[in-house]
Design a protein around this ligand. Structure first.
Ligand SMILES: [Fe+2]
Ligand SMILES: [Fe+2]
Length: 170
């Protein structure tokens, strides 16, 4: 069994993953409204992936008889300055999530919750990939920033993401 502090951290992480799913869905809705369907599709798939992360932790706690506590999700933004800003925010969000996972990983050792190690290592690896993917997309948007034709190319490129795909990384 996990200590209360470890249990709280894992439940908080379920909330953060659900919040990620919610945030990506809000970004997707904005892109749909702006008619950037490729971006919208990419973000919607990412939202599904984040839900998968939440469920991974949900199942992890379930299997260890940990009390699952689902907390409130905040309202999400409806508007963004422009399409590239959506992905900039996504990158910043992923960096914040990575910091959170690092913190829980450290906590797991402090709390002697060694059983959580492999699960958290999966998340550490996943965050490296997610940050890299987001950083690559942001870098491309920074290059094309105000070129409508290039923005539409980017939209087409992001439309190529498939369910279960790695988010566009290699
Ligand atoms: Fe996640
Ligand atoms: Fe993520």
């Amino acid at each position: 069994m996990f200590s209360q502090v470890m249990l709280d951290a894992l439940n908080d992480q379920i909330n953060m993953e659900l919040r990620s799913a919610y945030a990506y869905l809000a970004m997707s809705a904005y892109c749909e409204r702006m008619h950037f369907r490729g971006c919208a599709k990419w973000l919607r798939l990412q939202s599904g992936e984040e839900l998968g992360h939440a469920m991974k932790l949900f199942d992890f706690l379930r299997d260890r008889d940990g009390k699952i506590v689902l907390k409130a999700l905040p309202d999400m933004p409806v508007d963004f300055p422009a399409i590239p800003d959506v992905f900039q925010q996504a990158l910043e969000h992923e960096i914040a999530v990575s910091e959170k996972i690092n913190y829980i990983y450290e906590l797991a050792f402090k709390e002697k919750a060694y059983a959580a190690g492999p699960q958290l290592e999966w998340f550490l690896t996943e965050q490296i990939e997610e940050e890299k993917t987001a950083r690559d997309i942001v870098a491309k948007f920074n290059l094309v920033r105000n070129d409508p034709a290039a923005l539409l190319d980017m939209d087409r490129e992001l439309a190529a993401r498939t369910p279960g795909g790695d988010g566009g990384g290699e």
